[in-house]
Design a protein around this ligand. Structure first.
Ligand SMILES: [Zn+2]
Length: 453
């Protein structure tokens, strides 16, 4: 087969395969054959080794083999906030967090900081087995071409990402116009990139209803229309967003966005903490994708989204990190815990629902932006695969896998990360990115960013 197609083959053998997908199966002594960028066969190890002797071999040595994690909402640009001191009194609410931290940090970023900030996140993602990331970028003093800078870093890393620039009115009409231009330019570029489209795609970024006038929303809808792209926006993250929307338009946030033509099956509404039943129906009817970010919501004390009702009413809710560490196992744990604590009910947010968000729904969300199915070990899916050094001391079955993942796996067990058939980390050694050089560069840039902050 190698001779015929010219595509390289990689065989991951002797693994415990957790396939996810429609019927999650656990395959002991299993093997997975990758050809080019996709999975082409799954079967018993001994058989597969015999029938594919020429394939490059990775011996999983009994370890767990799973699909790479997907992060459906993140901000690479926020990396330098780690350890940053905010001058004056600590922010007391969400609008103050935006004003005192994020809207000051993003203004300090120059193109090189954008690159450096993205690279440290990509190193973190490879190490924790996150192979697909949907990013939302802001750098008001380095807008034009910022998405190219991030795309270059993503390409270098070998990971998969969907990028956008957040349009907002908060920095005046010129920057809003520049944001619109950057999205439209990059969407066309990503669309015409041929094979690269499997790795880097684009959506149209909007900050949030509370920093967007009716005129700017209309301009964005108009600019996005001919591209066919959807939007990526923060929705009702805090009560302030609803208050602002009612004041501006007499409508609640989701309805305001629906009227503006922002919702749809390729649009992502991040958070949706403060939506009502009426808005939830609009999300479902329009097929809009929702992303839950429990660590961020807890950190900002904005409240807890009613994810269980959304799932019950068939809204596609996935999981994102909103700029927290690119370790989706940590995000899964937060999702598992916060609803129990908030509702005072240990039955809240069962493990299966966490898995539904992190795997099935995140795969559904990502598949709207990438060409092939992903987020599962299945023939025909993107070959996004991770190996974890996890040795269970209680029986592991397909049925109890969620609780092994939640209570046994922290994300540091990942030894191999493969994205699109390309080996990005082997036995914990990064192969595409020079982590040491990236860290040293980030340290220099972060010091400068903090001075300007
Ligand atoms: Zn966000």
């Amino acid at each position: 087969m190698t001779m015929k197609t010219g595509k390289s083959q990689m065989l991951i053998s002797n693994g415990t395969l957790a396939t996810f997908g429609e019927a999650n199966e656990l395959l002991e002594n299993g093997a997975l054959l990758i050809e080019g960028d996709q999975i082409v066969a799954i079967g018993p190890s001994s058989e597969m080794e015999r029938s594919h002797p020429a394939a490059e071999r990775i011996d999983a040595r009994g370890r767990l083999v799973m699909p790479g994690s997907i992060c459906a909402h993140t901000h690479f640009y926020g990396a330098f906030a780690r350890g940053l001191g905010i001058p004056g009194d600590a922010p007391a609410n969400f609008p103050q967090i935006l004003e005192k931290l994020w809207w000051r940090l993003d203004k300090t970023l120059l193109w090189e900081d954008v690159r450096s900030s993205a690279l440290v996140c990509l190193v973190d993602a490879i190490r924790h087995g996150t192979t697909t990331l949907i990013d939302h970028h802001a750098s008001p003093n380095a807008i034009d071409g910022s998405l190219d800078v991030i795309a270059e870093a993503v390409q270098q890393s070998g990971l998969r990402a969907c990028l956008c620039y957040e349009v907002t009115d908060r920095d005046g009409p010129e920057k809003a116009a520049a944001g619109i231009k950057e999205n439209a330019r990059f969407i066309y570029k990503a669309e015409s990139a041929g094979e690269r489209r499997a790795q880097i795609t684009a959506t149209f970024g909007l900050h949030a209803s509370l920093t967007l006038s009716a005129e700017t929303l209309a301009r964005c809808a108009e600019a996005a229309k001919p591209t066919g792209a959807g939007f990526h926006i923060h929705v009702a993250e805090d009560k302030a967003d609803q208050k602002d929307s009612l004041r501006r338009s007499g409508l609640r946030v989701v309805e305001r966005l629906r009227e503006a033509g922002i919702l749809g099956p390729r649009s992502i509404a991040a958070h949706c903490v403060h939506i009502d039943a009426y808005e939830r129906d609009f999300l479902r009817e329009t097929g809009t994708l929702v992303v839950h970010n429990p660590r961020s919501n807890m950190n900002n004390a904005v409240g807890v989204a009613d994810v269980e009702t959304m799932l019950r009413r068939n809204v596609t809710v996935g999981l994102g990190n909103d700029g927290f560490s690119n370790n989706m196992f940590a995000e899964m744990m937060a999702a598992y815990l916060v609803h129990k604590s908030h509702q005072g009910d240990p039955r809240a947010m069962p493990g299966g629902e966490v898995m539904q968000m992190a795997y099935r729904n995140n795969a559904e969300i990502a598949s709207r932006f990438f060409q092939k199915p992903l987020g599962k070990l299945a023939v025909g899916a993107h070959a996004d695969v991770i190996i974890l050094d996890y040795a269970p001391f209680t029986p592991l079955t397909a049925g109890n896998l969620p609780w092994h993942i939640l209570f046994g796996i922290s994300g540091c067990e990942v030894t191999h990360t493969i994205c699109g058939g390309r080996l990005l980390m082997k036995e914990r050694e990064l192969l595409t990115l020079d982590a040491e050089a990236i860290t040293a560069r980030a340290m220099e840039r972060a010091e400068q960013v903090w001075k300007r902050f």
